[in-house]
Design a protein. Structure first.
Length: 257
């Protein structure tokens, strides 16, 4: 799985096709969609028309909350493949830990994986107690856990647990929708490296072994976000960013599910 990808939440129709096409042209090779985003058809079109071999593009999608359950997950997965125009996805995730259905949903994901229609399976928005429950019945452990994560929401215990269990942590809304770009610590580090606050945050993720999937429809911003492989943050600057945690969320908290 590439260490940097494009999230496509809230992208629709021609805008989604154009943004994903731009991203693939720039060099992105991980595209993260979901049933609930209602743009799988557009993502599939952009991948198909990019001219890039399907095997070179890592495509993630997720099972929506109303579709969870064993039979309904299998049906929803078939529909996602149809919309994407693909015969497999690289990663299929449980989008949210819905208490009543998460066991049956995971069993369906294990079947999809066994049938080689998803090359990897995982979860999203799972915290430690969700993982504890999952490990109690899973025959196959999740390979990825996608959560809200940024310098301002660091989840150290979950990060350590995923590392211990061999689960890749993937960060959505890693840029906090720009809400902390004016943080003075972040500004100082940005000036030091001649990089933007967004680039510094994404580099901080990557140096921790965490895969960020920022979203943008602007080609200029897509290029900016991808241009993070030509510098390395010092241990001192990583430590400064490590000190920024303030529990800031921009999305719903899954802790109580």
């Amino acid at each position: 799985m590439p260490m940097l990808g494009l999230g496509v939440y809230d992208m629709y129709e021609a805008e989604a096709v154009r943004a994903v096409g731009d991203a693939l042209e720039i060099g992105y090779r991980l595209i993260d969609t979901a049933e609930m985003y209602r743009n799988e058809t557009e993502i599939g079109e952009a991948v198909k028309t990019s001219g890039i071999p399907r095997a070179d593009i890592f495509v993630t999608t997720k099972i929506a909350n109303p579709s969870q359950g064993y039979d309904s997950t299998l049906k929803a997965f078939d529909e996602s493949l149809r919309k994407l125009g693909m015969d497999y996805v690289d990663l299929y995730l449980v989008h949210w830990p819905i208490r009543q259905t998460r066991k049956d949903t995971w069993e369906a994901l294990e079947r999809i994986y066994a049938e080689k229609r998803a090359k990897a399976i995982g979860v999203a928005n799972y915290y430690e107690h969700h993982l504890d429950e999952l490990f109690g019945y899973a025959d196959i452990r999740p390979m990825v856990n996608q959560v809200e994560y940024s310098p301002f929401l660091q989840l150290p215990s979950l990060r350590a647990r995923c590392r211990k269990e061999g689960i890749i942590l993937q960060a959505y809304t890693p840029l906090v929708r720009g809400k902390r770009f004016d943080d003075q610590r972040l500004q100082r580090i940005s000036r030091k490296y001649g990089k933007t606050p967004a680039q510094v945050i994404l580099r901080w993720d990557i140096q921790q072994g965490i895969c960020p999937i920022p979203k943008s429809v602007s080609r200029a911003r897509l290029e900016e976000n991808f241009n993070v492989f030509d510098f390395t943050l010092s241990a001192e600057d990583m430590a400064i960013l490590d000190g920024c945690d303030e529990g800031l969320r921009v999305c719903e908290n899954p802790m109580d599910y």
